[in-house]
Design a protein around this ligand. Structure first.
Ligand code: SAH
Length: 352
């Protein structure tokens, strides 16, 4: 089986090629073609000899994602990409344009097994984790297709990054590498539903990335109702490991809280949450839940979102309300992919 060249570090590529008698500066040239110029074939590596290019083709595969659908929001220019992987699976990624730069939201798995009740990505379970190259490719292809410079990356698309730990860590090291795209660690956010042992491990890597923790509840009872993972780790354990992450990295924790009407959006809930977070170096991002057709969760009304925010602020907690991006293009996690799969399915059935 051929090796996935885009998932290799420069050191790994150098030692691989050294065995073939290739000098290390050549390895570096190849690496830069892959990660800086983001070429799609070995033949585009024009400063290499034809012989070396042929050798590379023999031992390596160069996985490229194919954009099968691109939707652009008429409201804010947000773009949603549906990519096909080499094995035929499809994943989605989003390009968001902000004043401070362009941000790409990537998927870390095909599907997800975490089972959060409000999330469309998890409805069909987990297919597999993405390889480092497949995570990088989402960014490279978007940057090539849109001709935009990408300065920020958020791992907030489909999948649970801490359930694909090793690949995600490799991806992070390639993404921030000085011979690669060189995205600053501080411009990367990793969102997790709260796998405690993996967060602990991540803290010990001492990276400067932002940890976004999907909390969504002020207590265990409500959290268990929304997120099956809450049966595995209590809210106390989850918060404890977040404070540990802050202690180890100095990075302020960002809590995501999707407001679901009548479930977690009362003033009492805000007060209970405030009590847990008070005095900590953190930030709360309130997200009116994005309804999916498979579940009957409703969005909290704007006035109540503001009430909720006020309670937290009175307790000295930083709060923002997430601006909804790309509402007109199925911006919520997993919706575009799910819609695509359903369309494929109905076409197939129509043919049968
Ligand atoms: N598995 C990771 C990252 C992917 S989800 C995690 O759980 O954090 C990214 C964020 O979107 C999470 O906070 C998730 O809970 C939230 N989310 C998923 N579906 C949503 C929906 N329909 N409405 C609002 N937020 C949603």
């Amino acid at each position: 089986m051929k090796k996935d060249i885009k998932s290799l570090s420069l050191a790994e590529l150098e030692s691989d090629l050294e065995k073939l008698g290739v000098k290390s500066f050549r390895a570096k040239q190849i690496y830069q073609w892959l990660h800086q110029k983001q070429v799609t074939s070995f033949d585009q590596m024009t400063n290499l000899s034809k012989e070396l290019r042929e050798q590379c083709k023999q031992i390596y595969e160069l996985p490229i994602l194919e954009a099968v659908e691109i939707k652009t929001s008429a409201i804010d220019g947000t773009q949603k990409y549906l990519f096909q992987l080499a094995d035929g699976n499809v994943i989605e990624s989003v390009l968001m344009k902000y004043k401070h730069g362009n941000s790409v939201c990537i998927s870390s798995q095909v599907g997800c097994r975490m089972g959060c009740r409000f999330c469309a990505s998890t409805l069909d379970g987990l297919e597999r984790g993405l390889k480092p190259s497949e995570m990088l490719e989402q960014i490279y292809r978007i940057s090539q297709i849109s001709k935009e410079r990408v300065s920020h990356v958020v791992i907030m698309g489909t999948g649970e990054p801490m359930d694909n730990y090793d690949s995600v860590l490799k991806f992070l090291s390639l993404l921030t590498d000085q011979d690669g795209l060189l995205i600053s660690q501080r411009n990367i956010t990793l969102s997790t539903c709260g796998l405690v042992p993996e967060i602990r491990k991540l803290a010990q890597e001492h990276l400067q990335i932002t940890l976004a923790l999907s909390l969504h509840a002020p207590n265990n009872t409500i959290r268990e109702r929304l997120m099956p993972v809450a049966n595995r780790y209590s809210i106390e354990e989850v918060l404890e490991v977040c404070w540990y992450y802050f202690q180890e990295t100095g990075r302020r924790i960002s809590f995501e809280y999707s407001l679901v009407q009548g479930v977690n959006d009362r003033k009492e809930h805000a007060a209970e949450l405030a009590k847990r977070l008070r005095g900590r170096n953190c930030h709360v991002n309130l997200i009116p839940v994005n309804p999916i057709k498979e579940r009957d969760f409703r969005q909290t009304r704007q006035a109540e979102v503001l009430e909720f925010k006020k309670v937290l602020e009175k307790n000295g907690i930083n709060v923002t309300i997430r601006r909804e991006m790309g509402r007109d293009i199925q911006g919520a996690c997993g919706q575009l992919r799910k819609g695509y799969q359903e369309r494929q399915q109905s076409t197939k059935e129509g043919e049968e």
